[in-house]
Design a protein around this ligand. Structure first.
Ligand code: BG6
Length: 469
């Protein structure tokens, strides 16, 4: 196997899906606290008891035990997000909440105790609710200043602790999930394309300003963008399908094209013209966008297809969805499994940008059964997860052989947590089983799954065990 010596093996979580403690130590509400059913349904007025994220997996109080388990697996890195509303409870204050800052000091120190580098996402679907309700999220230009202030605050505070940063998680998902991704309170069907793309523009400027601030405050750090990665194949070789696939792919590359190259891509002009979009873009915005990212990170769960035949029903999937591929099988949630798509996508990013890439999410959401072995140990025999991850990692190795500079791999939900799209607990991704169920029952105890030992060996052998029998 050809994984570089310093390959960053690890796992990933997001604050809103694991921390719980939604109103402790001065934390303000975030958009997640009023979204008990995931991204497709309208938010509630106040947090409701059926919202599993309010307790999450109680990482807020159990982070020491969890990080110790990650260290036991040999993680070199641990990707997590800072909950913006722990630092600025409303989002528009000038002074940060010290208790929130102190919590992440403790978490980062705990990682360093085991030689694990945290990889920190500034905003992972966790906009402070006040910003959504008062400013309509990224529709307001004022959000740029609020976010820049937040980013500068955490860069300054953690400058000696964090080397790797990401700005917005899956920034391209805002086109489908404007509330949870962009804090936009206006219902999706009332949001014009003009307003959506103006909001996107504000978010992209804010991302670039954070990149600039990171480079100034922590010159040794690296900061990346993060996109929802999903290769789009033409359903047939018909040229019209090929062009349709290109158009859909550009809707996603639009974001990273700006974050990596520092300016709007040429194809945006026609897209804006045909959709009646006229952006308000100041000379200061144009200058700010020139601060470009050091690397490209992305999530990868599935690929999809595109067709001009609009009678074909879209399949299930990671927010963006798409037309199902007749050659692929799907997970229990209908997400089509395509390990070779990961190699293909890694190559696409490398060819397009000539920058290092980082897979910061990948994994299988499945229903797990906790069983008791003869010696009394409880575990999950999750061979299906091992197969999924092995197949994907073998393709990562192929991409490295193709010449792609891959910085690392952090599997999604390295410990079971509340799912994003459907806000459930029975959809599990972890190497560690958490005893908590959709009805809120469970002791929150942690159990190592079979995949725990498997991943431990993968890391210990730097990937060699992937091809050993
Ligand atoms: C990505 C998100 O969309 O996919 C994560 O960045 C999310 O937050 C992950 O959890 C998997 O989606 P789900 O719905 O299965 O949790």
């Amino acid at each position: 196997m050809n994984f570089p010596k310093d390959f960053l093996w690890g796992g990933a979580v997001a604050a809103n899906q694991c921390e719980g403690a939604y109103d402790e130590d001065g934390k303000g509400l975030s958009v997640q606290d009023v979204a008990p059913k995931g991204w497709r349904e309208a938010p509630t007025k106040l947090p409701t008891e059926d919202n599993l994220k309010l307790v999450g997996i109680d990482f807020y109080h159990r982070y020491q035990e969890d990080i110790r388990l990650f260290a036991e697996m040999g993680f070199k890195t641990f990707r997590l997000s800072i909950a913006w509303s722990r630092i600025f409870p409303q989002g528009d204050e000038l002074e940060p909440n010290e208790a929130g800052l102190a919590f992440y000091d403790r978490v980062f120190d705990e990682c360093h105790k085991y030689g694990m580098e945290p990889l920190v996402t500034l905003s992972h679907y966790e906009t402070p609710l006040h910003l959504a309700r008062t400013y309509d999220g990224w529709r307001s230009r004022q959000m740029i200043d609020f976010f820049e202030h937040y980013a500068k605050t955490v860069f300054t505070r953690y400058q000696d602790k964090i080397k790797y940063w990401l700005t917005f998680n899956e920034i391209n998902s805002i086109t489908h999930a404007p509330f949870l991704s962009g804090g936009i309170h206006t219902p999706k069907d009332e949001l014009s394309k003009q307003d959506l793309y103006q909001a996107i523009h504000h978010e992209l400027v804010a991302s670039a300003k954070a990149v600039q601030a990171c480079h100034e405050i922590i010159p040794t750090a690296q900061i990346g963008c993060m996109i929802l990665g999903m290769p789009v194949y033409p359903l047939t070789p018909a040229p019209a399908d090929v062009l349709a696939a290109m158009a859909t792919e550009r809707e996603n590359f639009f974001f990273s094209d700006i974050q990596v190259r520092g300016a709007y891509p040429a194809y945006a002009k026609r897209f804006f013209k045909e959709n009646g979009i006229e952006l308000i873009m100041t000379p200061e915005d144009t200058a700010a966008l020139k601060a470009t990212v050091d690397f490209i990170s992305f999530s990868y769960y599935m690929s999809t297809c595109e067709s001009v035949d609009k009678t074909i029903e879209a399949g299930e999937g990671n927010i963006l969805g798409g037309v199902p591929n007749p050659y692929l099988k799907a997970s229990e949630w209908g997400w089509q499994i395509d390990p070779e798509g990961l190699r293909y996508y890694l190559n696409c990013l490398a060819d397009r940008y000539q920058k290092p890439v980082f897979i910061v999410e990948n994994g299988l959401g499945a229903v797990d059964e906790l069983v008791e072995l003869e010696d009394g140990t409880k575990t999950v025999l999750d061979d299906y997860r091992i197969d999924y991850m092995r197949d994907h990692l073998v393709q990562v190795s192929e991409a490295i052989e193709d010449g792609v500079e891959v910085m690392g791999y952090t599997s999604w939900g390295c410990i079971d947590l509340v799912s994003f799209t459907t806000a459930e607990l029975r959809k599990r991704y972890g190497f560690i089983y958490v005893d908590r169920n959709d009805d809120g029952s469970g002791s929150l105890a942690r159990y190592k799954k079979k995949s725990f030992n498997w991943y431990q060996e993968v890391i210990a052998t730097n990937g060699e065990s992937l091809v050993m029998k």
